[in-house]
Design a protein around this ligand. Sequence first.
Ligand code: G6P
Length: 498
Amino acid sequence: MAVRHTSGASAAANAMHELFPGARLIVAANRAPYRRSLGPDGEPRWERPAGGLTAALDPLMQGFGGVWIAAQPGEGQDLRVPPEAPRYAVEVLGVPVETYRAYYSGYANAGLWPLCHNLVERAHFRPSDWSSYRHVNRLFAERIAKVAKPEDIVFLHDYQLAMVPGYLRGLGYTGPIAHFWHIPWPPTVVLRLLPERRLLLQGLLQADWLGFQTDDSVDAFAAAARKELGARMMRDADGVRLLYQGRVTRLAAVPISIDTARVEEIARAPVTRERIEKLRSRLGLQDASLLLGVDRLDYTKGIPARLDGFTRLLARYPSLHGRVQFLQVGVPTRTEIRDYRRLAIAVRRRVSDINRRYGRPGWRPVRLVERNLTLDQLVALYRLADVAVVSSLYDGLNLVAKEYVAARVDGEGALCLSETAGAYQELRDAFPLSPLSPERVAEGLARALFSSPEERERRMAKLRAAVAANTIHTWLERVLRGLHEAAPQLSGENVTPV
Ligand code: G6P
């Protein structure tokens, strides 16, 4: 696997060179960037998830070296990657199955996940889950403390690892720590439902730099730190700093992005053109418009109301019968949690209801594809979709919205985007969607479908400019620059509360 240095990637690499000479990246995230299993022939088989985070960090880790620490239930794994020309280490912590379940399916995904998405009735906080969450966070911190030197950069990810910065400082680690919170930070009234909120806030405030997707999350975190811990807030041109127990933590809204160049490259490839034509005839789209949803089957994504909205659209506009098709890609996720299994059932039921009610020979209004598609397959679908529908109830960011826009190298297509998805802050030229009520969803879809080609092109041009301006590589560069300014051991900066 070659090290890809797009111009964006080298901007992040330059920042690393310039600001952190001699540093390696020590990344900790619940999931590993590479997986190795044994194929049926007994030979090792490698998988490399196509996620944006890996796309950004992998070239940097290959260039500067480092360790990526992750966790999984059962046995751990120590890998050197990329497999063909190893440049850095992936250390997957093995966690006893029950402990992992309580940490991942319990505290993280049945507790913090719904709470941070303001879906309070779904959130459960069991004391035993909390103790497993702390245990796994401690394992992460111990491993990091073992491998990280003070001149390295520790870069932590997401709600699964909120306690790690605090534990790491407790173990005497003095180097720079950045933590990026990929999901929304909830308003304080919601956070107060979390029994351990102060411990989480205290843990996170041991990082030098805390990144969020939106200003709303930065403001909500700062308000919680002030109200719950009495932290002092300082605001300057560069954003917000919090002073708590002698340590200053800088907060920043740095929305994550995608590997735009990669998506465009796939979108322009001749093989994608062939794929699009095959799909067009397979789906019977010669005379029909395609509406597309691509999501993990997660209740935050608003899929039932989206399908109900589509039903209303069909009820209201008989002229669309036979002329429009909805393709929903629903990637199975977290199926060990009951709410996720129920959602999958509810979605399947709606799909068959719509098809029974409106379908006719030669026209199946909705198709549900319940599996993970490759980026190549997705890009072909994006190119084919007249309207992409992102109707999340809440969403940290939503990378599908950005992928769709990047894939539209033809400048066509329409993005319907929930106003409560983080991505809407950057992509305000999307057709806005109010995701809660089916009536509003139907209105939003109709607006996009019946808009003039000029309006769609005008909006898409602006969206494409916005996505081009902030790629996963510029994101990483901003993180590195933010961390450099924030880390007192590097900048020696003096802060005065205002
Ligand atoms: C969201 C979270 C990530 C998580 C991903 C997939 O994007 O912010 O931390 O990895 O969902 O969820 P999973 O539970 O499968 O890792």
